[in-house]
Design a protein around this ligand. Structure first.
Ligand SMILES: [Zn+2]
Ligand SMILES: [Zn+2]
Length: 389
């Protein structure tokens, strides 16, 4: 089959690779019908996630048609259209029973590797390094889905791929980002980063009762989308001082809830940006956490900082004194995707959410290597790429 494979920083290739086969009784094989490139794929593309190996198949946002089933999968049939969450859950362990699916203890065969770095391992995930299990990703013609009885959600007839594809990651991620803010009526929510997760966090913050959402980015097309589609007020962080602007917009208090939808590769003007770049170059920190710092420092006392943005390892100069002395709650986590897929599907069917508006590029899978480059450089106003094998 054909697949998009990682060969090193800024080196993704459209390669011929072996077809996936059933390994365990609860596996299915999917013929992929749609897949997307995620902002977090860019961390792989830039070479910031350790334990990638040459030839690894990329992609954790995908859906398709079931073509082969293991004997342990009784709730699916050949021909079913399904969408797959990016993280793999067994459905039966301590964490899965508590619906904390992204902490599943059974789905990461390389747990020992992750334990060294994170103390305990996280769940397995598709196409996202050997730290998360080394699973082949779905930017491919075919993919193996483990524990498919709990990880494949059937798509109702009549819904298009584009309507449901983002249930695999970014829509649940944007939703969980807003949900874990604990939004109260009247709240103002600030969202750093107007990529697809930021856009969905804006919409979900309103769905969950926010009165105002303020969106922060530097790309005009993303700020425009946040205004026109999300109904947010916007701040261009290259044009104004974000802290001053937020104070002005909130009567000096600061936003009640702050969402970091940027993560480990924040771009920051001035000294702070140089500091993080230098420390990263010297391998003294693995992530550039300036948005996390700003979210903490700008949040009102007693407020909540929610972090859907991906972090990999060690960060520096996190203002813990501000967190402690001002009673800031920080909530984060890889998305417990399986928990949100069905309720969000129902909201899509009810017309409350239309996730298709973030798509700016629709391309054949073979144009994936170029699409990675376009998306990285934000060329051609690229916000979200959907690929068709
Ligand atoms: Zn993703
Ligand atoms: Zn589990």
């Amino acid at each position: 089959m054909k697949a998009l494979c990682w060969f090193g920083p800024h080196d993704v290739r459209y390669e011929t690779v072996p077809d996936p086969v059933l390994i365990n009784p609860r596996d299915v094989i999917l013929k992929v019908t749609s897949t997307a490139i995620c902002g977090s794929d860019l961390h792989l593309y830039n070479g910031y996630i350790p334990s990638m190996a040459q030839g690894d198949i990329l992609g954790h946002e995908f859906m398709g048609e079931v073509i082969e089933l293991g004997p342990g999968v009784s709730n699916l049939e050949r021909g079913d259209r399904v969408v797959i969450p990016f993280n793999i859950a067994c459905g039966g362990c301590f964490s899965c029973e508590r619906k904390q699916f992204s902490c599943c203890e059974n789905s990461n065969p390389n747990a020992w590797m992750a334990e060294k770095m994170w103390g305990h391992a996280g769940t397995g995930a598709y196409g996202y390094s050997h730290l998360t299990g080394g699973y082949a990703g779905g930017q491919a013609e075919y993919v193996r889905v483990p524990y498919a009885d709990v990880n494949a959600m059937k798509v109702p007839d009549g819904m298009t791929d584009e309507q449901v594809l983002f249930l695999s990651d970014i829509l649940p991620t944007g939703y969980m980002a807003a949900e874990q803010c604990g939004i109260q009526p009247g709240d103002t929510v600030a969202v750093w980063g107007c990529g697809p997760v930021g856009q969905f966090a804006i919409g979900c913050a309103y769905l969950l009762g926010a009165e105002r959402v303020i969106a922060i980015d530097r790309f005009p097309e993303r700020l425009k989308m946040a205004r026109d589609r999300g109904g947010a007020e916007t701040i261009d962080y290259e044009a104004v001082d974000v802290g001053e602007a937020l104070k002005e917009l909130t009567g000096g208090l600061g936003p009640d809830r702050c969402i970091d939808a940027v993560g480990m590769e924040a771009h920051t003007p001035g000294f702070e940006g140089l500091y993080d770049k230098l420390k990263m170059t010297l391998k003294l920190e693995s992530d550039r956490p300036s948005v996390l710092r700003h979210a903490i420092l700008n949040c009102r006392g007693g407020g909540t900082v929610s972090v859907p943005g991906v972090y990999g390892g060690l960060v520096d100069k996190i203002p813990m004194g501000s967190v402690m002395n001002r009673s800031i709650t920080i909530k984060t986590g890889q998305t417990h995707t399986q928990r949100y897929m069905r309720p969000l599907l129902e909201r899509i069917m009810a017309g409350q959410i239309d996730p298709t508006f973030v798509i700016t590029h629709r391309l054949p899978l073979e144009e994936g290597p170029g699409a990675y480059a376009t998306f990285l450089r934000k060329q051609d106003e690229c916000i979200k790429v959907v690929l068709k094998p």
